[in-house]
Design a protein. Structure first.
Length: 412
């Protein structure tokens, strides 16, 4: 009898220590990941300042498209920046910086707040280390800091509202939809991801009530008009010349990059890739496989989303509507990145604990090592798709150079 009691006591104590160890690991993981996001926020400021200082033709130029040559797609934000720069007598590139960095910071902070509501982070380990999630704008040179960060800021705001203030979610969604035409006038592709913006409300609201909401349909029609306007006024050489001339007093911009591409005739990029560079299809297929791999531990959560009519329809629309981007634009890795970020944010809406068991327990350590390798040894390029890499080596060298140049510019 006494040995049996000793055995039961030992097992109870061991179970207590295991649970305590898990709790300590979870607490340390949450705190450590918060510091990691703070580091990314700081690196974002340094990195974005470097691009603004050097007037990157895509990362900065995309935000400076304006109506100086007449009404044109993607020009609303640049028009506001132009008038502010004229009034403040400052370089508009730094006003772009003042919009890019807060948008990314909002995304980082709100996504972390949503993560804190998850009872178990283990199913998210692959996503938390993924090179295409939080550090993408740092790792994909030329593909980050683009206008989709406005979508991420809005979607993460609605996510936090749904988790912390669900009673305000409907009002918040309607307010976002009322402002969203300005996003579409800033970049038309943001209209194609509107189903993801509606998803938080669809998850918290009965499907019938959602489909019968007149306010919702009115605002969606308003967004449709904005999309029609920007598709009609695509851009001409006169628009490009007008924009470049308006920017000359601030910096000698050239008609290249995002501004120069404004008058490009629409072509079938998919057809060109199939004919001229079919290897690129393989690289992007590998990228899709690696991205979807990180979402496998969340499979049960997607089943729950699929079980409701409204969320099911929005998921299908969210996948189908942006397909046109893969036909007419070559930034395939960037479109996949937008999808992945939106999927990640939407997965945080449900706070039920996900089953995540591994036997024997030593597999947890192997999975943790695999998650670290998953985040370190490849990255998602905004055009070329999947590439093997070791980002810490490559990007720390670049970061050191940028920080040195930033320090020299600020001290001189």
């Amino acid at each position: 009898m006494l040995p049996r009691l000793h055995l039961m006591f030992g097992q109870t104590r061991l179970s207590f220590l295991v649970k305590r160890g898990r709790a300590g690991f979870a607490k340390g993981l949450r705190a450590g990941y918060g510091l990691y996001l703070v580091l990314i926020a700081y690196l974002t400021l340094v990195d974005a300042w470097y691009y603004a200082h050097h007037h990157h033709p895509w990362i900065v130029g995309d935000w400076l498209i304006s109506y100086r040559g007449g009404f044109v797609r993607r020009g609303l934000f640049g028009e506001v920046v132009y008038h502010l720069a004229t009034w403040l007598q400052t370089d508009p590139a730094y006003l772009v910086l003042a919009a890019q960095v807060p948008a990314i910071w909002i995304f980082l902070s709100f996504a972390y707040l949503a993560l804190l509501r998850q009872p178990d982070w283990r199913p998210y380990l692959l996503l938390l280390t993924a090179p295409y999630l939080f550090p993408f704008h740092l790792l994909s040179h030329g593909g980050g800091y683009r206008k989709e960060i406005l979508l991420f800021a809005v979607l993460s705001f609605l996510l936090v509202t749904a988790l912390y203030r669900p009673r305000l979610l409907e009002r918040a969604t309607l307010a976002v939809l009322a402002v969203y035409p300005a996003w579409i006038l800033t970049h038309e592709m943001l209209a194609l991801f509107l189903p993801y913006v509606l998803f938080p409300l669809a998850w918290h609201m009965p499907s019938r009530a959602l489909f019968r909401s007149r306010k919702l349909w009115f605002l969606l029609a308003f967004n449709g008009l904005a999309l029609g306007a920007v598709l009609w006024f695509r851009g001409t050489p006169a628009h490009v010349q007008g924009i470049v001339q308006a920017l000359q007093p601030f910096y000698p911009w050239e008609p290249n990059g995002a501004i120069g591409a404004l008058d490009d005739a629409p072509i079938c990029v998919l057809c060109r890739v199939v004919k001229e560079n079919p290897r690129l299809l393989r690289f992007h297929a590998q990228a899709w496989f690696l991205v979807l791999l990180a979402f496998l531990p969340l499979e049960r959560r997607w089943r729950r989303y699929w079980g409701r009519p409204a969320t099911r329809y929005l998921l299908v629309l969210g996948l189908l509507m942006p397909l046109v981007l893969f036909v007419v634009a070559e930034d395939w890795g960037r479109w996949l990145y937008i999808h992945a970020v939106c999927w990640f944010l939407l997965s945080l809406l449900d706070t039920q604990r996900l089953p995540f068991q591994m036997t024997p327990r030593g597999l947890y350590g192997i999975f943790l090592v695999f998650a670290l390798a998953y985040g370190l040894f490849w990255r998602l390029h905004h055009i070329d798709g999947f590439t093997w890499s070791l980002p810490p080596r490559d990007n720390l060298r670049l970061l050191w150079r940028w920080m040195r140049e930033a320090h020299e510019a600020l001290t001189n």
